[in-house]
Ligand binder design. Sequence first.
Ligand code: IMP
Length: 189
Amino acid sequence: MKITFITSNQHKVKEATGIFHKFGITVEHVDLGYPEIQGDLRDVARYGAQHAARRLETPIIVEDAGLFIKTLKWFPGSYSSYIQETLGNQGILKLMSDVNDRYAEFRSVIGFCTPKTEPKIFLGTVKGHISYEEKGEYGFAYDPLFYPEGYDKTFGELKRDEKNKFSHRRMSLEKFALWYHDWFKDNMR
Ligand code: IMP
């Protein structure tokens, strides 16, 4: 079984390859830009998936993710990419400097689409809290800021295999993989 994953993020490709391996799915990576509309993660994933599937004329997945911080009214959320490039992790830590409630979630939405069907989405979430300083050399972007619930290490301190066991992306990709098994049987054989 194979799926085409449209992304420009190599970290996501590596994570997805590790996760899909257990489900017997091979990842074919295509770095094709697609329009990211204004909206929540679901809207972005739906629109992007449909656009890419029509363009490549094959079934594909895209993924849209974000960090949601409760005390900041779930900011940066769907602005995570822009905020990572502008404020960065130090900017987030500054915004949180005298905040006690540090609850946050990572969310990931997989959008699957074929050239002829409507998009389908799969949501994954991991709960946790924001650190007081950046920690760890692994991972990418917000990983050094995020302590997953029940862990005393940030995502930035966890190797990929460890993060892949329970991350937001693990949850969304796993939901997709379980559904895709049946879909593939019915549509691609
Ligand atoms: P996007 O899904 O690529 O649009 O991600 C939005 C922003 O969140 C980007 O800055 C990503 O680098 C960041 N991001 C997405 N997933 C993760 C993750 O698993 N860890 C840390 N940062 C992430």
